[in-house]
Design a protein around this ligand. Structure first.
Ligand code: HAM
Length: 454
């Protein structure tokens, strides 16, 4: 068929204005809306864990000199296809992709690295002093089969160091991960490998294929398919038969060129120097195509014996991705991401609690309409004075409000009734010993400060 007669899928480009003006006629389904499979509500009782993990991550990132960046949830589909690679599960099976009303092919981000690299290039960050250290966190989307610790919308904290090939940075990144995880109270192991350069990787893939081909019919179904599409991923197989065949497979480390070997040895020396424990793992290849040289994953010590334990943090070097995405020169980089849901699951399993919300200094109780009006204003005055204050303005009965105050473990309850409104006073009740006194409203802040902020 000549190029002229090839039927082409034409995407009608619409202007943004047209899209906004054209309403869609929708059928309304009366079924009760439900949470989608693989999605999760993070309920109030879960929040202390989230706060604990995200606050620790933020503090650690600042201490290690990372600047915060935020990139959009939606990007060009092509960005992820080019970065993560065709043949990977993420690109071939797991993308939330769609065409916008304007005809653009877009995807919900399945990871942060690609978006951060795009942003680095687009904003000319190559002109900043190198390396550029960036961190972020937020939701990501992969249409994977949900299971414990695996969701379709999940959250990562992500770190990227862009613009330097130095092995000391690989070690510094791994050290950040180790200290963050152990600081949270988790016992972890770092599994580490080197994937070398794209050339060494290619040579290894050929050797692996040559080794596996005669065993093809004994490999599990997925691995048989991967033999042509993405042979490295066979190393991740959980199938015992495939694992047995892999026992004698060639090892990546034997294929490294001198430079890659030197880089890897240097990373390990830095880790030894920093007392960061690690285990060499020749089968660790990671599921995304952009990795070169160092690749690592942190798993729970308790999961060490498992064939393919879930990773809490995964990362590695990607020395060619930025140039592939349009950076004007070779821009070596390294990064990693931590799965927040997996960390929280591990914390719960280890019986580690999150950060509880701060207990209120003051519960403000009111009786009657005039007192309620005054209470609204007083609440804000106390908050602005720096007190952690709470109240329940919808309750009328004092007994209800006092029981809420003791449930919230407030230090002090303030009671404003009709009599107090007339006398311009307020009752201050010490919730620890039950004593109470009536004081002029004008003395309240001074008195509270004495009682609470001593
Ligand atoms: P990744 O290994 O695909 O790497 O994901 C990193 C971490 O995110 C995993 O170790 C896991 O903790 C968590 N994770 C991944 N998928 C899910 C899921 N479906 N549900 C819950 N948690 C999940 C990356 O994403 C790379 N971008 C990391 C990186 C940054 N490499 C260089 N820079």
């Amino acid at each position: 068929m000549s190029a002229k007669s090839t039927p082409k899928k034409t995407v009608k480009k619409t202007s943004d204005d047209e899209v906004v003006k054209k309403p869609v006629v929708r059928k309304v389904n009366k079924k009760r809306p439900q949470l989608l499979r693989g999605m999760k509500d993070i309920l109030p009782q879960e929040q202390p864990y989230w706060e604990f993990v995200l606050e620790s991550a933020a503090q650690t990132s600042r201490a290690y000199g990372y600047d915060r960046i935020d990139v959009p949830v939606v990007e060009e589909l092509n960005l992820f296809v080019r970065s993560i690679g065709t043949g990977t599960d993420v690109v071939d099976k797991e993308m939330y992709e769609f065409e916008t009303k304007g005809g653009d092919e877009v995807a919900l981000r399945p990871e942060f690295t690609a978006g951060i690299c795009r942003s680095y290039i687009e904003h000319g960050m190559m002109n900043l002093p190198k390396p550029v250290k960036l961190w972020t966190n937020g939701p990501l989307f992969r249409y994977d089969r949900p299971q414990a610790g695996r969701y379709r919308q999940f959250h990562q904290v992500d770190w990227e160091i862009i613009g330097s090939p130095q092995s000391a940075l690989d070690a510094e990144l791994i050290s950040l991960a180790y200290h963050l995880l152990t600081g949270l109270g988790l016992e972890v192991t770092c599994q580490i490998n080197s994937l070398g350069t794209p050339e060494t990787r290619k040579a290894y893939i050929t050797a692996l294929k040559d080794y596996l081909k005669p065993h093809k019919k004994n490999l599990d179904e997925d691995s048989q398919e991967r033999l042509t599409k993405n042979p490295l991923r066979i190393l991740d197989s959980k199938d015992p038969g495939t694992q047995a065949i892999l026992e004698d497979a060639p090892q990546m480390i034997d294929f490294l060129d001198d430079e890659s070997r030197e880089h890897f040895m240097s990373v390990l020396e830095y880790l030894d120097e920093g007392d960061i424990p690690y285990r060499l793992s020749s089968r660790l290849v990671r599921g995304l195509d952009y990795y070169t040289h160092t690749a690592f994953e942190f798993i729970l010590k308790a999961d060490e014996a498992e064939l393919s334990p879930p990773a809490l943090i995964g990362g590695g070097r990607y020395n060619y991705l930025l140039q592939e995405l349009g950076a004007p020169e070779e821009t070596p980089a390294i990064g990693m991401a931590m799965g927040v849901e997996r960390i929280i699951l591990a914390l719960k399993q280890a019986g580690i609690e999150g950060s509880p919300a701060p207990k209120p200094d003051v519960f403000l109780a009111q009786i009657g309409e005039t007192a309620r009006k005054r209470a609204l204003r007083l609440f804000e005055e106390l908050r602005q004075e720096g007190f952690v204050v709470t109240s329940n303005i919808s309750k009328n009965k004092l007994s209800d409000q006092l029981s809420l105050a003791s449930k919230a473990e407030a230090r002090v309850t303030l009671i404003l009734g009709q009599k107090e409104m007339i006398d311009n006073t307020i009752i201050v009740r010490d919730m620890e010993n039950g004593s109470q006194e009536t004081i002029p409203q004008d003395d309240l802040i001074r008195s509270l400060r004495k009682q609470i902020k001593q």
